[in-house]
Design a protein around this ligand. Structure first.
Ligand code: ADP
Ligand code: MG
Ligand code: ZN
Length: 490
């Protein structure tokens, strides 16, 4: 077989988290009665005029800055003309030759995956971002009822005019996993700064993958196919793999590929054609006459920048440096902002045991959270209590093994670590008075062993320790027992 190279370029549409639409005051609420969130502007009635939502510009700037992109001082809205039933105006207001942001670079971390899907050897990779532009979403064609029974279709324009940021990359990806790592990077960045909920399942982050293959060394790209209907990052990765294999098989067999849009079917695990894209679309873009150029001052951008939280990249770096975490620990703990916040509060409450707090979160807490389908900010165990648990182990009050059970109960009941430890009687007894009393009883009950020990049979020390531990039902602190026994047996 020949040596093929995969070429991938990605287009991500992120819904910006505003309460109202981009050019009118209608609500963006999801799940409202069909067509209830509409007005003359988003219905596309003649004579209605769009007005740009200020919050959209703020969130777009947050998105751009979170991705390390430059914001253009001046950008232009354009009409993208096409006919579609869910687009009553006959055009979409978008941006064309002067977008909100253009020609950026983004550094991501990416890794190869083994057969089991585990990542190995994370490395930085630079991606060229062609553009980030603003546009309005279209409506939705809805089909309800059963075919041949009570089937009916209608158009719901609640989504028409919802603000989107479209982020387009150059064809820079060479593997499906690079594309996967990129989308996760973008998703985390947008969520982190509150620009978008970026939830692919809810459709507020949509992703299209453009895929082609060529023989290694060939300077020209092959025929590309656009993949849609990718409802998770993992589906996107699988769809790309499927498509690459299909391209190679076709070309190896001497066949030809057509430029087209294909849909991923996640039940059949395959792509199928949706429409041919043989000829380039002519959208007849022209500047939107009803909107002035969008001018963004330097001060505005700097104010937005100053209001951003510490971003995930720098935060992970700081975790590695100040808490001595590995790269993979630090990236896991910065997977979302609430988890990173949780971790740092936990470290503080633990009295500064950063390593142990990281381990307890990664090996125990995240498992419970995942089970319950919760994020860290909704954890029934607040970070201060996780820190308290780490402290109880550090101070020798309970063993690590006991602490694992305590954590599970804390998660299930919301009780504090100390309350559970007290209820279960887990507390180690370190009180010398109490331990002395037990030792005296044990000594009094074992006169023979005492005599042998005192006449030189030192191996019997272990016997006494065992008896004391047994008499205390395992609660005595072994260190204190040892000290007191040595004293008393002298
Ligand atoms: P279209 O007009 O079909 O949308 P564009 O040139 O605007 O095509 O590119 C859309 C996306 O496709 C971009 O992300 C770009 O990087 C990517 N792309 C372009 N050519 C190829 C190719 N041959 N193989 C893979 N991706 C490509
Ligand atoms: Mg496209
Ligand atoms: Zn409206």
């Amino acid at each position: 077989m020949n040596d093929w190279e995969t070429i991938i370029g990605l287009e991500v549409h992120a819904q910006l988290s505003t309460e109202s639409k981009i050019f009118c005051g209608c609500s963006t609420r999801f799940g409202s009665e069909p067509n209830s969130n509409t007005c003359p502007v988003c219905l596309g009635l003649p004579g209605a005029l769009p007005v740009l939502n200020h919050r959209v510009v703020e969130l777009a700037a947050r998105a751009a800055l979170a991705l390390g992109l430059h914001v253009n001082e001046r950008s232009i809205f354009s009409r993208k003309n096409y006919f579609y039933p869910d687009l009553p105006k006959g055009y979409q207001i978008s941006q064309y030759d002067q977008p909100f942001s253009a020609n950026g670079t983004l550094e991501i971390m990416t890794a190869d995956r083994d057969e089991a899907g585990h990542a190995h050897d994370w490395k930085p990779m630079t991606i060229q971002i062609t553009r980030l532009h603003l546009e309005e979403d279209a409506g939705k064609n809805v089909h309800e009822g059963l075919p041949d029974v009570d089937r009916f279709s209608y158009i719901d324009l609640n989504r028409a005019g919802v603000p989107l940021a479209e982020i387009v990359t150059e064809p820079d990806f060479r593997t499906s996993w690079q594309a996967y790592d990129y989308v996760n990077h973008v998703r985390r960045a947008l969520q982190w700064v509150g620009a978008s909920d970026a939830d692919m399942e809810k459709g507020n982050l949509r992703c299209e993958a453009n895929v082609s293959v060529r023989l290694k060394g060939d300077p020209i790209f092959g025929t590309k196919v656009e993949l849609k209907n990718l409802n998770s990052v993992r589906f996107m990765q699988k769809a790309i793999e499927f498509e690459v294999e299909r391209h190679i098989k076709t070309l190896e067999a001497g066949g030809r590929l057509v430029q087209e849009t294909r849909l991923w079917d996640d039940h059949l695990n395959e792509t199928r054609p949706m429409r041919s894209k043989e000829e380039a679309h002519d959208y007849r873009y022209f500047p939107e006459p009803d909107l002035p150029p969008l001018v963004v001052t330097n001060k505005f951008v700097e104010d937005v920048r100053a209001s951003l939280p510490e971003l995930p990249g720098p935060r992970a770096k700081r975790f590695i440096e100040s808490y001595e975490l590995s790269f993979s620990d630090a990236s896991q703990l910065t997977a979302d902002r609430s988890l990173a916040d949780y971790y740092e509060s936990g470290v503080e409450a633990s009295g500064g045991n950063a390593r142990a707090t990281a381990n307890w979160i990664r090996s125990e807490l995240l498992r419970e959270l995942e089970h319950a389908g919760l994020t860290a900010d909704k954890s029934p165990i607040p970070p201060t209590e996780l820190g308290a648990l780490v402290r109880l182990v550090d101070e020798g009050t309970i063993s690590g093994k006991q602490a694992k059970d305590v954590l599970v109960e804390m998660f299930a009941t919301g009780k504090s670590a100390s309350a559970i430890v007290a209820e279960r009687g887990l507390v180690q007894v370190s009180d010398t008075g109490e331990i002395d009393r037990v030792i005296d009883e044990v000594i009094a009950a074992s006169p023979n062993q005492l005599e042998q020990y005192r006449s030189g049979k030192e191996t019997l020390f272990g016997f006494f320790v065992g008896q004391v531990m047994k008499a205390s039902k395992g609660k005595a602190n072994p260190k204190v027992v040892n000290e007191r026994l040595r004293e008393k047996l002298k």
